[in-house]
Design a protein around this ligand. Structure first.
Ligand SMILES: Nc1ncnc2c1ncn2[C@@H]1O[C@H](COP(=O)(O)OP(=O)(O)OP(=O)(O)O)[C@@H](O)[C@H]1O
Ligand SMILES: O=P(O)(O)OC[C@H]1O[C@H](OP(=O)(O)OP(=O)(O)O)[C@H](O)[C@@H]1O
Ligand SMILES: [Mg+2]
Length: 295
């Protein structure tokens, strides 16, 4: 399927900009698919119409998305929160999407003296994010000499181009592999759904529907559905350990006194919950993924 791209609002369809490449692209497209949008991407397609919803995906660079959304080129976008700050874009952040989690951090060579952000005053700081770096350093009263680079920023101290760097970090392994020590965090980021100020008013119904579908998947990914069998007498003990969303479902089984208990719990709690449930009297415990969770 191919389509011509119409500027946002001109054909009654909602336009959603999604990263075309880079580390956000695949999880962003998967989120759209998991949310129920049906589309087919090809290697070179930039505009991808959804077959089952009045939504067109525009595949572009993540760093361009904040400006496209601000200027009304598209209604909505999925991009990094750090890129919204970097573009200083006037957009509405509708929801956090739970992937591409990272922090913007300052780092120095292992043997260099700085131990905190404040120690970067008057030093040369290389970064691919000069706008956010300047802004966040100034907020802390630090006036550094910025050295803008477009990539491989970790190499700049070794090349004698900078005394320190500011870059995105998730595991920290790139920094340590390049002999750098992290000295402080300037910003936390993750993928976000953003909307244009005009779009969220003019296209409110469609925007709300898409936001609900996406955030339903994001919320579901953080939860698990736990099912177990027990004797009715153990129900108080089971309820005491079950941090359920509201009351758990209790079903009567065919055997005298036997029940099944169902509840949605935090995925992070499952590790500690299972032994506690067994201890409380539960057996045949099943843990299932949840596809959508709409409160
Ligand atoms: N190590 C990381 N872990 C998690 N998220 C990250 C990491 N690095 C980057 N991100 C997030 O993904 C976004 C896009 O990064 P990516 O590396 O795909 O593109 P880029 O480096 O900005 O390059 P381009 O110039 O192609 O736009 C970043 O702005 C940030 O929000
Ligand atoms: O803390 P870590 O888990 O090591 O991740 C940090 C690295 O990830 C990003 O680069 P990316 O992998 O996106 O490569 P790029 O420079 O080509 O964008 C960032 O610029 C760091 O180099
Ligand atoms: Mg990168």
């Amino acid at each position: 399927m191919s389509a011509t791209f119409t500027r946002a609002g001109e054909n009654g369809r909602l336009t959603l900009a999604v990263p075309a490449k880079g580390r956000m692209s695949e999880p962003a497209l998967k989120l759209c698919a998991d949310a129920g949008l049906s589309f087919e991407t090809t290697e070179r397609s930039l505009v991808v119409p959804c077959a089952n919803a009045p939504v067109d995906l525009l595949l572009v660079r993540p760093s361009d998305i904040p400006e496209y959304v601000q200027d009304g080129v598209v209604h909505l976008g999925i991009t990094g929160a750090n890129l919204v700050v970097e573009a200083q874009a006037d957009v509405v952040t509708l929801s956090e999407l739970g992937f591409a989690r990272c922090t913007l951090q300052a780092a120095v060579p292992d043997d260099a003296p700085p131990t905190a952000i404040e120690d970067l005053d008057r030093l040369r700081v290389a970064t691919a994010y000069p706008v956010s770096t300047r802004l966040l350093l100034e907020e802390r009263g630090v006036s550094a000499e910025l050295v803008p680079v477009s990539g491989s920023v970790e190499a700049t101290p070794r090349l004698g181009l900078a005394d320190a760097i500011v870059d995105l970090v998730s595991t920290g392994s790139t920094a340590s592999a390049n002999g750098l020590r992290l000295i402080g965090k300037l910003l936390s980021s993750q993928a976000v759904l953003i909307g244009g100020r005009g779009a969220v008013v003019e296209q409110r119904d469609l925007v709300e529907r898409l936001e609900l579908m996406l955030s339903g998947v994001v919320a579901a990914r953080r939860r698990r559905y736990v099912m177990m069998n027990a004797n009715v007498e153990t129900l108080p003990a089971i309820r005491a350990v079950l941090p359920s969303m509201g009351a758990p479902t209790v079903l009567t089984l065919a055997d005298e006194g036997a029940i099944a208990v169902h509840a949605a719990v935090d995925a992070d709690d499952v590790w500690s919950l299972l032994p506690a449930l067994r201890e409380a009297g539960a057996s045949s415990i099943l843990v299932l993924p949840i596809e959508r969770l709409v409160p």
